[in-house]
Design a protein around this ligand. Structure first.
Ligand code: HEM
Length: 130
Protein backbone atom coordinates (compact mmCIF):
# COMPACT_ATOMS: atom_id res chain seq x y z
CA UNK A 1 0.00 0.00 0.00
CA UNK A 2 2.71 2.49 1.04
CA UNK A 3 4.52 2.60 -2.36
CA UNK A 4 1.19 3.41 -4.05
CA UNK A 5 0.56 6.48 -1.87
CA UNK A 6 3.97 7.99 -1.12
CA UNK A 7 4.42 9.42 -4.59
CA UNK A 8 1.55 11.89 -4.16
CA UNK A 9 3.11 13.85 -1.25
CA UNK A 10 6.59 13.48 -2.73
CA UNK A 11 5.48 14.97 -6.07
CA UNK A 12 3.26 17.71 -4.62
CA UNK A 13 5.82 18.83 -2.02
CA UNK A 14 8.67 18.80 -4.54
CA UNK A 15 6.60 21.09 -6.77
CA UNK A 16 5.88 23.24 -3.68
CA UNK A 17 9.62 23.71 -3.14
CA UNK A 18 10.14 24.55 -6.82
CA UNK A 19 7.32 27.11 -6.72
CA UNK A 20 8.69 28.82 -3.60
CA UNK A 21 12.18 29.07 -5.13
CA UNK A 22 10.72 30.31 -8.44
CA UNK A 23 8.60 32.90 -6.62
CA UNK A 24 11.56 34.36 -4.73
CA UNK A 25 13.84 34.16 -7.75
CA UNK A 26 11.53 35.82 -10.28
CA UNK A 27 9.00 37.64 -8.09
CA UNK A 28 6.17 35.67 -9.76
CA UNK A 29 2.91 36.18 -7.83
CA UNK A 30 1.28 33.34 -9.79
CA UNK A 31 3.89 30.91 -8.42
CA UNK A 32 3.29 32.32 -4.92
CA UNK A 33 -0.47 31.69 -5.20
CA UNK A 34 0.09 28.10 -6.37
CA UNK A 35 2.23 27.20 -3.33
CA UNK A 36 -0.76 26.95 -0.98
CA UNK A 37 -2.88 24.35 -2.86
CA UNK A 38 0.15 22.20 -3.73
CA UNK A 39 1.48 22.28 -0.19
CA UNK A 40 -1.84 21.79 1.60
CA UNK A 41 -2.77 18.78 -0.56
CA UNK A 42 0.79 17.42 -0.24
CA UNK A 43 0.75 17.78 3.55
CA UNK A 44 -2.77 16.28 3.57
CA UNK A 45 -1.36 13.12 1.96
CA UNK A 46 1.42 12.75 4.57
CA UNK A 47 -0.73 11.04 7.24
CA UNK A 48 -1.77 8.52 4.56
CA UNK A 49 1.92 7.94 3.70
CA UNK A 50 2.83 7.55 7.39
CA UNK A 51 -0.10 5.23 8.21
CA UNK A 52 0.45 2.98 5.17
CA UNK A 53 4.20 2.95 6.03
CA UNK A 54 3.44 1.73 9.55
CA UNK A 55 1.04 -0.83 8.04
CA UNK A 56 3.72 -2.11 5.62
CA UNK A 57 6.28 -2.19 8.44
CA UNK A 58 3.78 -4.48 10.25
CA UNK A 59 3.22 -2.14 13.16
CA UNK A 60 5.30 -0.20 15.63
CA UNK A 61 7.72 -3.06 16.43
CA UNK A 62 10.57 -1.25 14.65
CA UNK A 63 10.12 1.68 17.08
CA UNK A 64 10.12 -0.57 20.14
CA UNK A 65 13.12 -2.68 19.12
CA UNK A 66 15.03 0.19 17.44
CA UNK A 67 17.78 -1.45 15.41
CA UNK A 68 19.94 1.59 14.64
CA UNK A 69 21.88 -0.24 11.93
CA UNK A 70 18.66 -0.94 9.98
CA UNK A 71 17.41 1.56 7.38
CA UNK A 72 13.75 1.44 8.49
CA UNK A 73 14.28 3.44 11.70
CA UNK A 74 16.18 6.12 9.76
CA UNK A 75 13.53 6.13 7.03
CA UNK A 76 10.98 6.79 9.78
CA UNK A 77 13.01 9.53 11.51
CA UNK A 78 13.90 11.41 8.32
CA UNK A 79 10.43 11.13 6.75
CA UNK A 80 8.71 12.18 9.99
CA UNK A 81 11.04 15.21 10.23
CA UNK A 82 10.35 16.14 6.59
CA UNK A 83 6.61 15.85 7.30
CA UNK A 84 6.85 18.17 10.33
CA UNK A 85 8.96 20.69 8.42
CA UNK A 86 6.45 20.89 5.54
CA UNK A 87 3.49 21.00 7.94
CA UNK A 88 5.24 23.83 9.82
CA UNK A 89 5.86 25.74 6.62
CA UNK A 90 2.21 25.30 5.52
CA UNK A 91 1.07 26.59 8.93
CA UNK A 92 3.49 29.52 8.78
CA UNK A 93 2.22 30.52 5.32
CA UNK A 94 -1.46 30.28 6.25
CA UNK A 95 -1.36 31.77 9.78
CA UNK A 96 1.82 33.77 10.42
CA UNK A 97 3.27 35.05 7.15
CA UNK A 98 0.80 37.93 6.71
CA UNK A 99 2.48 41.23 7.52
CA UNK A 100 6.00 39.76 7.71
CA UNK A 101 8.62 39.58 4.97
CA UNK A 102 9.92 36.18 6.10
CA UNK A 103 11.75 35.45 2.86
CA UNK A 104 14.37 33.26 4.51
CA UNK A 105 11.86 31.25 6.53
CA UNK A 106 9.82 30.79 3.36
CA UNK A 107 12.87 29.52 1.46
CA UNK A 108 14.56 27.55 4.24
CA UNK A 109 11.69 25.33 5.43
CA UNK A 110 10.66 23.79 2.08
CA UNK A 111 14.33 23.54 1.03
CA UNK A 112 15.12 21.53 4.18
CA UNK A 113 11.89 19.53 3.73
CA UNK A 114 12.63 18.75 0.08
CA UNK A 115 16.15 17.46 0.76
CA UNK A 116 14.89 15.39 3.70
CA UNK A 117 12.41 13.81 1.25
CA UNK A 118 15.31 13.04 -1.09
CA UNK A 119 17.16 11.31 1.77
CA UNK A 120 13.91 9.48 2.71
CA UNK A 121 13.72 8.13 -0.85
CA UNK A 122 17.40 7.12 -0.86
CA UNK A 123 16.97 5.20 2.40
CA UNK A 124 13.79 3.62 0.95
CA UNK A 125 15.81 2.51 -2.08
CA UNK A 126 18.25 0.79 0.29
CA UNK A 127 15.31 -0.98 1.97
CA UNK A 128 13.58 -2.02 -1.26
CA UNK A 129 16.56 -2.87 -3.48
CA UNK A 130 19.19 -3.69 -0.80
C1 HEM B 1 6.78 7.43 9.11
C2 HEM B 1 6.40 6.20 8.85
C3 HEM B 1 6.90 5.42 7.66
C4 HEM B 1 7.19 4.08 7.68
C5 HEM B 1 7.07 3.15 8.88
C6 HEM B 1 7.61 3.71 6.35
C7 HEM B 1 7.96 2.43 5.95
C8 HEM B 1 8.32 2.05 4.68
C9 HEM B 1 8.59 0.70 4.25
C10 HEM B 1 8.44 -0.55 5.13
C11 HEM B 1 8.94 0.74 2.94
C12 HEM B 1 9.35 -0.45 2.05
C13 HEM B 1 8.29 -0.70 0.97
C14 HEM B 1 7.01 -1.17 1.56
O1 HEM B 1 6.92 -2.33 2.01
O2 HEM B 1 6.07 -0.36 1.64
C15 HEM B 1 8.90 2.13 2.53
C16 HEM B 1 9.17 2.60 1.25
C17 HEM B 1 9.11 3.90 0.85
N1 HEM B 1 8.75 4.98 1.63
FE1 HEM B 1 8.21 4.91 3.58
N2 HEM B 1 7.61 4.83 5.55
C18 HEM B 1 7.17 5.89 6.30
C19 HEM B 1 6.96 7.19 5.86
C20 HEM B 1 7.26 7.65 4.59
C21 HEM B 1 7.02 8.99 4.13
C22 HEM B 1 6.37 10.12 4.97
C23 HEM B 1 7.47 9.06 2.84
C24 HEM B 1 7.48 10.21 1.88
C25 HEM B 1 6.56 11.15 1.87
C26 HEM B 1 7.98 7.75 2.49
C27 HEM B 1 8.54 7.40 1.26
C28 HEM B 1 8.83 6.12 0.86
C29 HEM B 1 9.26 5.77 -0.49
C30 HEM B 1 9.45 6.73 -1.66
C31 HEM B 1 9.41 4.38 -0.50
C32 HEM B 1 9.81 3.51 -1.70
C33 HEM B 1 8.50 3.06 -2.35
C34 HEM B 1 8.72 2.19 -3.57
O3 HEM B 1 9.14 1.03 -3.41
O4 HEM B 1 8.42 2.67 -4.67
N3 HEM B 1 7.83 6.93 3.58
N4 HEM B 1 8.53 2.91 3.61
Amino acid sequence: MHPAFVHFPVALLSVTWGLVVFHHWTGSEAADRLVRPFELIGVGFLPVAVLTGIWDAEGFGFLVEREWDQPLIWHFIVSATASLVFAGHAYWRVRIREGTTGKWIDLALPTIGFWLLVVTGLIAAEMVFG
